[in-house]
Design a protein around this ligand. Sequence first.
Ligand SMILES: Nc1ncnc2c1ncn2[C@@H]1O[C@H](COP(=O)(O)OP(=O)(O)OP(=O)(O)O)[C@@H](O)[C@H]1O
Ligand SMILES: [Mg+2]
Length: 526
Amino acid sequence: MKMSDYWTTMASLVGMLAFCQTILQLVFPPELRLAFVHLLTRMRHVFSSHTYFDITEIDGVNTNELYNAVSLYLSSSVTVNGSVSSAAGNNSNTRLSLTRVPNSSSVTFGLSNNDRITDVFDGATVLWEHVVVQRQVQSFSWRPMPEEKRGFTLQISKRDRALVLDHYLDHIVGKAEEIRRRSEERLLYTNSRGVSLDARSHPWDSVRFKHPSTFETLAMDPERKRRIMEDLREFANGQGFYQKTGRAWKRGYLLYGPPGTGKSSLIAAMANYLGYDIYDLELTEVQNNSELRKLLMKTSSKSIIVIEDIDCSISLTKRDKVKKKNKSNNGCYDPDLTSCGSGLMDEPGSSVTLSGLLNFTDGLWSCCGSERIFVFTTNHIEKLDSALLRSGRMDMHIHMGFCRFQALKILLKNYLRMEEGDVDGVVLKEMEECVEEAEITPADVSEVLIRNRSDAEKAVRELVCVLKERVVRRRKSGGVKKKKEEGEDEEEEEAEEEQEKRALDSPNRNREFFGFENEKDEVEEK
Ligand SMILES: Nc1ncnc2c1ncn2[C@@H]1O[C@H](COP(=O)(O)OP(=O)(O)OP(=O)(O)O)[C@@H](O)[C@H]1O
Ligand SMILES: [Mg+2]
């Protein structure tokens, strides 16, 4: 038999099988039909000159990132009038689904259920099919299963197999990444209590993240800003480094300082700078460590996982003191937090423990994704358990302090569009002299400037008044405060002592100690 005859016979056979499949779908009951369809599909694949790959939405318990990448890639090949870009061949009959996420200004295109689209890559034509099937009804299951199974089936010619596996999929992932970055639409995720954590449902609710804070608008010493940006950039470009050194590709930042000093604004600036999504983890809504772990598993890479006000979220403050008591009682306690389990520092009603939290950031599970940044914020670093501060846990401690002269100039520029040269020299000098002593937060400065933003000169005058008032008030109350401070708060001293001890215990002690000594304005790298 000639080769061409062979292929003609094969083609008719495949055609016949496809025809039988359609007939079966129309005549037989669903269960029987499904079994036949499976059988015929298998036979068709055996005789076919094509290879098929399934890319399912859920891969075991994790969301399959490749599914999301393909979805994004294919939606980008579609132009507004419903036709398909030249690279994707002639698909003008393709049915498209249109989506508009709440609060979004743009419409997203996607393939409708069970529809197909062709694409051309390096001379090879491939066919994508979006497959959505109803899950079979189960009589009983401990775990509620999703109603639909979604996935893409990629059909390629057998001879293009190597090309597709080696390059095409990488090309799709890269393109999807680029599209996401270009679209500059970041998502802000948050968790809520009682959301089922089955394989399909997503325990995170998301909204479009459009925080305008950037490193340019952030009022902060420019040198510290530069160091943070450099650190972030090195992290984002550091895949090779992390792989070579055998470290998980993640980084931790602890932001601490009084309210209104820009901790949340810094997180938003980080996300905007790197183009990452934010997962704002509400720890009080998490019922136990295992739920915490599942939440972590459902985060994607290139994201910032934030726990704000960590000292208020779970009791991380008492452990040292309880440990001290234990020590004086019987002289023995477990110094390693990983064995503290649900014991010492658990808050009544919450079974998320410090060890659970540290496993979340540090343990094996924390590496189930990559390129992730953990950020904790607190107004009271002195209240945090030493385990959280220990070196290797949070790579950088960043103190967000009261407004200084450099930061003040940035705020003047942001709110009043005033450069240094636009402000009267004498007034500027006055500001410089009293801003530090005034101990005013950037939030309070912003408040004054916003109030008077239509009249820049008035804004500056009022700001100087506010600064001077604060200085006078502080000087007056300084004496009273001093007396109070001397008498009260042994606890605070204790905390400081503790802090120093921790610093000295640390393998990076010189740096860490240096950091605390210069706490006011340090970006401290662990
Ligand atoms: N460093 C800063 N640079 C620019 N704006 C700032 C800065 N700090 C505060 N602000 C302004 O003050 C407001 C409050 O700041 P932000 O929420 O970032 O403070 P925070 O430190 O997170 O406070 P909290 O501890 O209460 O959460 C922001 O809307 C922002 O406009
Ligand atoms: Mg905040």
